[in-house]
Design a protein around this ligand. Sequence first.
Ligand SMILES: [Zn+2]
Length: 297
Amino acid sequence: MKFGELELHILSDGTHTEDGGGIFEYFPKDIWSNYKVGDLTPYKTDEHNNIVQAANCLLVKHPQGNVLIETGLHDKTPNYVKYHNIVKKPSLMESMKSAGVKASDIDIVINSHLNPDHAGWNTTYVDGKLKPAFENAKYVIQKKEFRTAVNPGFELKNDYFSVEKDVLPLEDSGSLELVNGEKELLPGIFVIPTPGHTIGHQSVMIKADQKTLLYAADMAALVMHQEKPRCKMAFDVLGREECWRTKKELLYDLAAENSWFTYFYHETSISIGIIYKTTNAKGEIEYKVRKVESQVL
Ligand SMILES: [Zn+2]
């Protein structure tokens, strides 16, 4: 789809499941499991209390290079694949093929953070050794995130269990570009620190032709996280106050005030929406996301 002079391609890396209580923290199950997104109720659980999640990576074809945001699900550890019911139909590489790009065509990879469901295809086995899957790319990660991931301590060890496979081979090959704070990578493509889900989490802002798209990643992964200001994941490393501050500044004070497009990495019912502010019957401010069909962008 066209976005100003850019071309955007949603690249699926299949589906996986995650515990519903973990995704919606203290919100009662009755609310989230019946939550409506359009005509759908996408957060219905299976018998294990799991909900199905997407892994919607995004390819941005920019006149100055190809940018891939997120690399999908880690599938090099059988227990993880089994526990999360990972089904790669299609896989990221198959989706790339459909979009007409090869791994070697990617110039920049952005990982919002280094949990295994966002950095899974960072590397691939070549002759039994792990190498960068995108051999010509720089991998852009916040320095804080990298430092936490390689030295997570007891409390965060599980969150970063796959780092040895997904991230360390990038360091060996000199493919990492660690950034400190906000940075414009190509004209109109910015990474912005959004601490909360992880300490060094970053989101991506894409500006073209007077339009803005916010790739929030796990700052607000699902529609309910965006529409409900207090809705966060139990997996978020930082507390409610910090998560709220991050969401308020970027998602509500900027994106909702200006009706930006927002992108959903994990949402199965929509990939792109517009967030806007409205007032309910009681006169209270509410936030809503309207689904966007790709041709409207
Ligand atoms: Zn995630």
